[in-house]
Every structure is written in structure tokens, then in C-alpha cells.
Design a protein around this ligand. Structure first.
Ligand SMILES: Cc1cc2nc3c(=O)[nH]c(=O)nc-3n(C[C@H](O)[C@H](O)[C@H](O)COP(=O)(O)OP(=O)(O)OC[C@H]3O[C@@H](n4cnc5c(N)ncnc54)[C@H](O)[C@@H]3O)c2cc1C
Length: 384
């Protein structure tokens, strides 16, 4: 057992952090306040290979492992979760194509993400289908050699800036059981009948684009079906094992950023004629925040390692990592605000933004409650 990162992995961490400090930190609060998607920074991130870092090398990616991808995510989110999410989600949904796509799909959809020419998304949620994915109603019907899609997708990351989406849809409403009958189909945003409405007023990750998608008789070629017709639900579960590990890394990054800022402020701020870091109450907060962050990091790295090594316990580990790291992110960001006192309550200090941004990690990619249900089902051997 070796807990050390390789020299190359340490270099990735440092390089990404430098990029985030130089390019993102100076403008993070501006993009947050204006709820603006950072097109310019996306181009710079693409030049560094960050928009498809974990894509296989043969499709233009850097070929980073899940662990290396977690390091990238951690450093970006430690500086700014909003812009960090834009960069790490530029290829959201690509895991389905990498794992189940045809050669043609990989060649069509993966390289443009790496090159910064396109952005993609994964459209699963609907107004009535959140935690219960099996209540997805978007329909795809076969008409000759095309699929015709109708339905509404809700809360879709990259919704108005994305060029294509992996859409979870019903292809067999009469399927025998509630898990069959779903498929994943790629829908390009320039198809007739596709429209997207931006959702504004989010609590956090405000630089990230979120939208409702409307699919009104959208026609795509049959070659846009990913994997096997009717196996969309099972394919999606594998997708979540990977993406939940990535959300855990987001939580670790937010906690890390909050710890760093709280430590710095505690050393600087004086009350009662001494540094507030002299007070045991503050020292204990710092100790607990750093301990929780390190525990979340180790669980997240183990989950990432399991993605890379096909370890067999991945579903439970990914849910444990996501559930634990997202709670740590919100708790640690909360304490970081507390250590800043009144200064933490206004947007002059990054901790105010980190506090707001942390909350989403407990919600998307399956809520905390759903992660606990998955862990318990895995323990009890009950499957879905
Ligand atoms: C900013 C943002 C970005 C997002 N990006 C995407 C995206 O790119 N693609 C996408 O498809 N979706 C996306 N989502 C949607 C996200 O995945 C859902 O919001 C999430 O899965 C929860 O679904 P819901 O909001 O419908 O809540 P609901 O499912 O209605 O849940 C409401 C509450 O009930 C609880 N609950 C529900 N069922 C159970 C149960 N069986 N046991 C115990 N508690 C339960 C939940 O935990 C929660 O506390 C995004 C959401 C947001 C806010």
C-alpha cells in the first residue's frame, strides 16, 4: 500500500493550481456575481488539456486516470467551484461515450471537447424525475433510420452553451420491469426542435450554465444511440460510479480552499490584543476542518483508484465518497465563514462564495439521502 502521489501527479496538482490562481482567482467573483459563463477561460483551460483531461489519448485527451482527474478537480475547486465546474464538466456525459460508444461516436464527440471547440452535457433529470430516474418521461421513438425525441429536461449543466447532450430517454414504455426500456441518445443542440432556457438565480456555482431543455420532435440519426437499446439505466449506473467520485473530489477541493483561507485569516486577525489563532476554540475548529478534509480526500482517492482498478466495490465506495466529502465541504465552508466573523458574511472574502457553492455537492449526481440508500443496499445485497 502506497499513499504517495507520483512526481508526475504532484506536478499535475501544482500546474493546475498555478493556472487556477493566475487565470481564475482574479475574476472568480465577477463571473459569480454576473452569472456569466467563462468562455475565455475555457479556451485557456482547453490549451492546457483540462477540458478532456481524462479522455483517452487516441481521442485527443491527456489520458489522466480517475485519481489524476480528482487532483485536477480538487485544485480547480479549491480556487473557485463555479469556474472549476465549467472546466471539469465541459465533457460531462462523455463517460457514457467512452464506456459504451462506437468508434464513430468517440471520433465525432470526444476530440472537439478537448480542443475547446465544443461543450457537452448529460441530460437525465426532468421536472418530475429527480432522484427517481425511472420516472423519466422523455420519449424517443424510432421512425425509419431516425430517433424522434419529445420531452423536457431540467437542471441541465451546460444547457445553453452545450453543443450536444447524452439524453436519457424512454425507448420502450411497455418494458417488463421499471429499469428496462431506457436508452441514452446523443442530441445535438443545433437540431430543429431543440431549445434551452437558462436558469438564473442559483445559490452557488453561478458561473456554471444550468438550463431547462425542451425537445420538440427532435430528429437524430439512429447512429446517435449509445450502447444498447433498453440498457440505458444500467449504463447510467456505471456512469454515476465515475461521476460521483468526481463530485467527491469537488467537495474535497471546496473543503481544501475553505481550510486554506480560514487558516490564513485566523493568523492575520487580532482580537483582545492577540491573534484569534491563539484561542483554543479557533485552533480546534482548524484542527477539525483539516482532519475532516483529509479523511474525505483519502476516501475520494480510494474511490478514484477503484474506478481505475475495477476493484469491485466501486458503487458503494463512490456513494460513500460523495456523501462524506459533500458533507465535509458544507461543514468546513460553514466553519471557514465562522472564523471570518462578519467579514465572512460578505463577498469581499472567498469563503462566502465557497459556502454557497458547497451546497450543490449534496444535491447533484444524486442527493445525500440517495447515496445513503445506495450504500445500505450494497451492504444488504439488495441491488437497485
Ligand atoms: C445546479 C444544478 C445542476 C444540475 N445538473 C444536472 C445535469 O447536468 N444533468 C442532470 O440530469 N441533472 C442535473 N441536476 C439535477 C440533480 O441531479 C437533481 O436536482 C437531483 O438528482 C435531485 O433531484 P430533485 O431536485 O428532483 O429532488 P427530489 O428527487 O425531488 O428530492 C427532494 C428531496 O427528497 C429526497 N428524496 C427523494 N427520494 C428519496 C428517497 N427515495 N429516500 C429518501 N429521500 C428521498 C431527496 O434526497 C431530497 O432531499 C442539477 C441540479 C442542479 C441544482
Amino acid at each position: 500500500m502506497d499513499f504517495h502521489l507520483t512526481e508526475e501527479q504532484e506536478a499535475i496538482r501544482e500546474e493546475v493550481r498555478r493556472f487556477a490562481e493566475n487565470e481564475i482567482a482574479p475574476v472568480a467573483s465577477e463571473y459569480d456575481e454576473e452569472e456569466k459563463y467563462p468562455h475565455d477561460i475555457m479556451q485557456k483551460a482547453a490549451k492546457m488539456g483540462l477540458t478532456g483531461a481524462h479522455f483517452p489519448v487516441e481521442y485527443g485527451g491527456v489520458g489522466y486516470s480517475s485519481l489524476e482527474n480528482a487532483l485536477v478537480t480538487e485544485e480547480l475547486f479549491a480556487v473557485d467551484p463555479g469556474i472549476g465546474l465549467c472546466i471539469t464538466s465541459a465533457g460531462f456525459g462523455a463517460e457514457a461515450i467512452i464506456n459504451f460508444g462506437t468508434e464513430d461516436q468517440k471520433e465525432r464527440f470526444l476530440p472537439p471537447i478537448v480542443e475547446g471547440e465544443s461543450v457537452m452535457g448529460a441530460a437525465i433529470s426532468e421536472p418530475q424525475a429527480g432522484s427517481d430516474v425511472t420516472s423519466v418521461r422523455t420519449q424517443a421513438e424510432k421512425d425509419g433510420d431516425e430517433w424522434v425525441l419529445n420531452g423536457n429536461k431540467m437542471w441541465i449543466t451546460n444547457g445553453t452553451v452545450g453543443d450536444y447532450f447524452v439524453v436519457m430517454c424512454q425507448t420502450d414504455p411497455d418494458a417488463d420491469d421499471r429499469y428496462s426500456g431506457f436508452s441514452q441518445i446523443v442530441v445535438e443542440s443545433d437540431r430543429d426542435g431543440f431549445s434551452a432556457d437558462k436558469i438564473t438565480g442559483k445559490m452557488g456555482i453561478r458561473a456554471s450554465d444550468t438550463a431547462e431543455l425542451i425537445l420538440d420532435d427532435v430528429r437524430v440519426p439512429e447512429e446517435n444511440l449509445i450502447g444498447t437499446e433498453g440498457m440505458g439505466f444500467l449504463q447510467l449506473m456505471q456512469f454515476f460510479d465515475e461521476t460521483r467520485t468526481a463530485v467527491a473530489a469537488q467537495g474535497v477541493g471546496i473543503a481544501k480552499g475553505a481550510c486554506e483561507r480560514a487558516l490564513e485569516y485566523a493568523k492575520e486577525r487580532e482580537q483582545f490584543g492577540r491573534s484569534i489563532s491563539d484561542f483554543q476554540a479557533i485552533q480546534h475548529k482548524l484542527a477539525e476542518m483539516h482532519t475532516a478534509t483529509e479523511a474525505a480526500r483519502q476516501l475520494t482517492y480510494k474511490s478514484a483508484w477503484s474506478v481505475d482498478n475495477d476493484e469491485g466495490q466501486l458503487t458503494a465506495l463512490a456513494s460513500m465518497a460523495k456523501e462524506f466529502a459533500s458533507d465535509v465541504a458544507t461543514d468546513v465552508a460553514d466553519e471557514a465563514v465562522q472564523i471570518h466573523g462578519g467579514a465572512g458574511f460578505v463577498n469581499d472574502h472567498d469563503v462566502e462564495r465557497l459556502y454557497r457553492d458547497s451546497k450543490i455537492t449534496q444535491i447533484y449526481e444524486g442527493t445525500t439521502e440517495i447515496q445513503k440508500t445506495i450504500i445500505a443496499r450494497e451492504l444488504l445485497g439488495k441491488g437497485f
